[in-house]
Write a protein that binds this ligand. Sequence first.
Ligand code: FES
Length: 77
Amino acid sequence: MRTLRITISNKLMIVCVCNAIREEKVREAARTGACTVGQAYARCGTKAKCGSCLPFARAIINEERAALAANPPAVAA
Ligand code: FES
């Protein structure tokens, strides 16, 4: 499967062209508990359409979840 990436700037990289979802939105969704692309896109109020973005979105989510597992946030007492 071909992955389409369109870069506007580092902060505005579009992950999903069909839904205009930026990389930062996918990262934020993963950091706040989304484990799958479907969950991340649902937090953006949408769902995957053509599917071209799925491998890239999945990689971003996996990267964020690995970073969280390696460095979990402090829990307030
Ligand atoms: S690019 Fe994300 S569903 Fe088409």
